[in-house]
Design a protein around this ligand. Structure first.
Ligand code: APR
Ligand code: PHB
Length: 391
């Protein structure tokens, strides 16, 4: 098989890139390890920055998002048993975010690719990328029990943190920067209307908690837990009791309970591999970088990467001008590192680390009070949360 741009991975990065390139008349093939049902049901984040909404809408992928997405104009920081609202529009020249689940973005993009006759091969496992230093790279993959080769002009690895794309870069070329955190998130989906209109990021001495949502009927909640904890240790009753403790405020507020339909534990990691290009191979999304979810940046970074890359590939496809391809890694990494810093800051701000001393605890509380009370502090949080247009 032959295509112009071979894409590994049908997460948001791979699917959106395929869609954006299609709108510019560039042929792609997407290879995805999992089956379609798995990809469409996998629970992930749900906050879209204004720029992400704009890209989806402008490319014709925003129709359902515009109907079902929930615009959010602020978030609440909760600590010391009090609520502190951060207003986005007044602090960011009118920008906001939209709550629309990543799974829904993925469903919309798959439907669009299907309607346009695009090739997304599910249950196709990329095994290796060859010839990245030549003008004729290829992807070896397994599909329907047989091995095949996809010949390409360019290969884009959108195959997430555990993918194989990054490994095709020769030894010694990539610089990796990373940090793991001494805690994880237990995430649950519950069939109960959210108990708040906006997200609540709560800091409590027993640990962080987050109240998010998927729709007016479905709540998404998270608890900081130990990295070696298991969902078996968390029967529903214990989850609700712990959420009650961490969200407690000196005000008339109650967390509504309902049937929990999903539970999982996710580790927290920061990771950047750079440069995001080697020869004819490009890295995008989680294949190149991971952020802890506290800043809600993972999906938005993936969208920002492939937006840049689609423009660069479009230019190259039209007249073999490689200037934007050459600039891709450096341009993308500026945003990546801003998001890395913001996500790290939000994470250390809101999570007590096991075994930490009084000094760290007092610093964290002071930082929280500053962000909540100073217009400059609030604006820093707000402009990073809604996403910076230029970094
Ligand atoms: N061959 C084919 N596909 C693969 C392979 C492989 N060898 N390895 C991994 N994949 C697929 C995975 O099954 C997955 O569907 O690549 C896809 C990668 O998708 P994501 O992990 O969703 O990554 P990305 O598209 O970069 O999106 C980033 O997703 O992980 C979240 O929080 C993150 O929101 C962020 C977003
Ligand atoms: C989510 O809704 O899943 C979500 C929201 C905000 C975050 C992380 C996850 O910071």
């Amino acid at each position: 098989m032959r295509t112009s741009v071979g894409i590994i991975g049908a997460g948001p990065a791979g699917l959106l890139l395929s869609h954006l390139l299609h709108t510019q008349g560039v042929d792609t093939v997407v290879l995805e390890l999992r089956d379609r049902g798995y990809v469409e049901r996998r629970q992930r984040a749900g906050i879209l920055e204004q720029a992400t909404v704009d890209v989806l809408r402008a490319s014709g992928a925003g129709e359902r998002m515009d109907r079902q997405g929930l615009p959010h104009h602020g978030v609440e920081l909760r600590f010391d048993r009090r609520s502190h609202r951060i207003d986005f529009p007044s602090l960011t020249d009118g920008r906001s975010v939209t709550v629309y689940a990543q799974t829904e973005v993925v469903k919309d993009l798959i439907a669009l690719r299907e309607a346009a006759g695009g090739t997304v091969l599910f249950e196709a496992e990329a095994l290796s990328v060859d010839g990245v230093d030549t003008a004729a790279p290829s992807i070896r993959y397994r599909h329907d029990g047989a091995e095949h080769t996809l010949d390409c002009d360019l290969v884009v690895a959108c195959d997430g943190f555990h993918g194989i794309g990054r490994r095709a870069v020769p030894e010694g070329v990539l610089t990796v920067s990373e940090r793991t955190y001494p805690f994880s998130w237990l995430g649950v989906l519950a069939d109960v209307p959210p108990s708040c209109e906006e997200l609540i990021y709560a800091h409590h001495e027993r640990g962080f908690a987050l109240h998010s949502m998927r729709s007016p009927q479905v709540s998404r909640l998270y608890l900081q837990v130990d990295p070696d904890d298991t969902v078996e240790n968390w029967p529903d009753e214990r989850i609700w009791d712990e959420l009650d403790t961490r969200f407690a405020v000196d005000a008339d507020w109650r967390l509504a309970r309902g049937p929990i339909t999903e539970k999982s534990i996710t580790p927290m990691r920061s990771f950047v591999a750079e440069p995001m290009r080697h020869g004819r191979l490009f890295l995008a999304g989680d294949a190149a970088h991971i952020v802890p979810p506290t800043g809600a940046k993972g999906l938005n970074l993936a969208v920002a990467d492939v937006t840049l890359l689609a423009r660069a590939i479009g230019r190259w496809a039209a007249d073999r001008d490689e200037s934007l391809l050459d600039a891709y890694s450096e341009t993308a990494l500026r945003r990546v590192w801003r998001a890395e810093h913001f996500s790290y800051t939000m994470t250390t701000l809101l999570h007590p680390a096991p075994g930490e001393g009084e000094f760290d605890r007092r610093l964290r509380l002071s930082h929280l009070r500053y962000l909540a009370s100073s217009p400059a502090g609030s604006a820093t949080l707000a402009e990073n949360y809604v996403g910076l247009p230029v970094v």
